[in-house]
Ligand binder design. Structure first.
Ligand code: ZN
Ligand code: ZN
Length: 404
């Protein structure tokens, strides 16, 4: 039987695993319950398994026995990644397997990624005798803002097989935008770099009736907010765009009291390392200059950054070809533009050529154009894509190893 048929045959187990993880979502780098479920799902397979120390990751290595037939000792290595963490979102789906933890939900579909990757491990382990190389399965906590991938890299996931992977792939489900089972990717940038710009303007508090005896930080901070938008339109190429949104602004306690400080936070998105670097330099210079012009000082920094997620040109084309071969041309779409979201798989792709692919999981009967999106409390991801995703992960590894 082919990989797809085998994947359909284990679909009930994958659905069971996915729903068990969905019922008990966990946030951040420490996901002990999810880790336990993954280890149980991998139990009995011929894998070398290690767990993280700084985070509850699982790294599983499958060494194929087919490389010797091709003249290579161990053959090349391919890495497959699935993230496992949930979000601080209150679930409103009303599903019978909905979250049992108040205020926590698998609203980004990482429960599906975990189950699909465990399924791929099953499918590939069954083909171990002919597998012409090694597969590293990267079960990763903390994608949502905790840079779990970076932690796993510093704990050695890229060297888990004893040599660097030749390629790395990740899938991401979407509750909207694409019908269930449709794959979409593109060569080059596919997701934005994201980071926080944190600014505190330091003045000198005083009576609101006598501002000349104080140093008011609020007007200067307001100027910075609008000047950052001007910076975007005047200093950046429209074809290499950046987005800045000031989502938090705090200063003061009363109408007649000038505060000492004003603080704001912005999310900053960019699509090339050059634009990102230019934004770092120009935004810090801008807020410093405005503060100085008003006789104030400012503390400003960029933090919590994820780099641009850049698909390798050749690997993205290869992955799209594998998807089209597996699912049919009509279910594999070329994505015209990058998305403004961000991903810490970008840290892997900085070191290993590879591709990040979207997999539509919009439930049948819902309209992908209007269905609730990832991160919404009523986002629903359809279980029918679990077999598709597991088969796609497995085929990517099989075909990439066979090609090397
Ligand atoms: Zn997310
Ligand atoms: Zn996600």
């Amino acid at each position: 039987m082919g990989v797809r048929d085998d994947a359909e045959a284990i679909a009930p187990e994958l659905t069971g695993l996915r729903r068990a993880i969905h019922r008990e979502p966990e946030i951040g780098l420490d996901l002990p319950g999810t880790q336990r479920k993954v280890l149980a799902a991998l139990d009995g397979l011929p894998l070398e398994i290690s767990r993280g120390t700084a985070l509850s990751s699982v790294t599983a290595v499958l060494r194929g026995e087919g490389a010797a037939d091709h003249g290579g000792a161990g053959g090349p290595v391919v890495l497959l990644r699935g993230d496992m963490d949930a979000l601080p979102v209150a679930e409103r789906t009303g599903l019978d397997y909905a979250s049992q933890t108040e205020g926590v939900m698998h609203a980004c579909g990482h429960d599906l990624h975990t189950a699909m990757l465990a399924g791929a491990a099953r499918l590939l382990a069954a083909r171990r005798r002919d597998l012409p190389g090694t597969v590293v399965f990267m079960f990763q906590p903390g994608e949502e803002g905790h840079a779990g991938a970076r932690h796993m890299i510093s704990e050695g996931v890229l060297d888990a097989a004893g040599q660097r992977p030749v390629a790395a792939y990740a899938l991401h489900v979407a509750s909207a935008d694409w019908p269930a089972g449709v794959v979409s990717t593109r060569p080059g940038p596919i997701l934005a770099a994201a980071e926080v710009l944190s600014v505190t303007v330091h003045g000198r508090g005083g009576h609101g009736s006598e501002p000349h005896h104080a140093a008011d930080p609020i007007p200067a901070a307001c100027e910075m907010v609008t000047a950052l938008q001007t910076l975007v339109t005047r200093r950046f190429d429209v074809f290499d765009p950046v987005v800045i949104t000031v989502g938090s602004f705090h200063a003061g306690t009363a109408d007649n009291v000038i505060p000492d400080d004003a603080t704001f936070l912005a999310t900053v998105r960019s699509f090339s390392p050059e634009a990102r670097q230019r934004m770092h330099e120009s935004a810090l210079a801008l807020v410093g200059g405005i503060a100085a012009a008003h006789g104030l000082t400012v503390s400003a920094e960029f933090r919590d950054g994820y780099p641009v997620t850049v698909n390798d040109e050749a690997e993205a084309r290869f992955a799209a070809g594998v998807a089209a071969g597996l699912l049919g041309d009509e279910r594999c779409l070329a994505q015209p533009n990058p998305m403004t979201g961000a991903e810490d798989f970008s840290f892997v792709l900085e070191q290993v050529p590879g591709a990040f692919l979207m997999l539509g999981a919009c439930p049948p009967g819902a309209d992908p154009a209007t269905a609730p999106n990832n991160h919404a409390g009523d986002a629903v991801f359809d279980d029918s894509v679990l077999a598709t995703g597991a088969a796609l992960y497995a085929e990517l590894a099989l075909q990439r190893l066979a090609r090397s």
